[in-house]
Write a protein that binds this ligand. Structure first.
Ligand SMILES: O=P(O)(O)OC[C@H]1O[C@H](OP(=O)(O)OP(=O)(O)O)[C@H](O)[C@@H]1O
Ligand SMILES: O=c1cc[nH]c(=O)[nH]1
Ligand SMILES: [Mg+2]
Length: 212
């Protein structure tokens, strides 16, 4: 598994505003989307392309275009939905599928309550979006799900992660092609398995109450 942790002052600056409990919901949403676009640049470094011949006004030349089957973007509802626009801005022709997952706050086990994905993911490059990698239970389940459907390789993009979460993804990945792109690697988890220092509950801050 390849792990990339962003190291760019603009990303750290935007993350600082995002983490601030005083940041209002509209700014929070905008920042998640902007951060996604910045992380997408790294996450799509290995996106598959093929040679493509065109003619400029001056001369014929060979460039590239995305290979088929086109990449599949999978936001994990709810919080991952906040990252979708930022990703499709960069890869507008990609297909989008959906996974709805919720972590039981007592047992910390994820349940999948919705799924809208192609029946076969054979040969597909998948990009999974979820801002928070806490225990890693939710993302590990999502990654297993995609490989079970035949996905070729999976890149997961998270705004914040923890060392515990990274290890859970390493275990779920085994020897399969998995890349993890993080905006930052935080210290760890508190007693309720919230990321420390983190940003609180991403889903609530995007779509509901700020005080969870
Ligand atoms: O790494 P884990 O310990 O599994 O926790 C992370 C998960 O928790 C959050 O979703 P949540 O279950 O709160 O659902 P929501 O997006 O609807 O708020 C987050 O968006 C991840 O999916
Ligand atoms: O810190 C955390 C942990 C899980 N889910 C969140 O939204 N935030
Ligand atoms: Mg939540």
């Amino acid at each position: 598994m390849r792990v990339f942790v962003a190291d760019h002052p603009l990303i750290t600056h935007k993350l600082t505003v995002l983490r601030n409990a005083k940041t209002p919901q509209p700014t929070f949403r905008l920042l998640i989307e902007e951060l996604m676009t910045l992380l997408a640049y790294e996450a799509t470094r290995e996106v598959r392309v093929e040679p493509h011949e065109i003619e400029t006004p001056v001369a014929p030349t060979t460039g590239v275009r995305l290979s088929e089957p086109l990449p599949l973007i999978v936001p994990i509802l709810r919080a991952g939905l906040g990252m979708l626009e930022g990703m499709v801005k960069l890869v507008p022709t990609a297909e989008v599928g959906f996974l709805g997952m919720a972590r039981d706050e007592e047992t910390l086990q994820p349940t999948t309550y919705a799924e809208r994905l192609p029946d076969s993911l054979a040969g597909r490059q998948c990009f999974v979006l979820d801002p928070m990698l806490a225990t890693g239970g939710s993302l590990a389940a999502a990654i297993r799900f995609l490989f079970d459907r035949g996905a070729d390789d999976v890149t997961a993009i998270c705004v914040l992660g923890t060392p515990e979460g990274v290890e859970a993804i390493r275990e779920a990945a085994g020897d399969r092609e998995v890349t993890l792109v993080l905006g930052a690697l935080d210290e760890g988890l508190d007693e309720q398995a919230y990321i420390v220092p983190g940003l609180g509950d991403a889903g609530d801050r995007l779509y509901g109450t700020v005080d969870h």
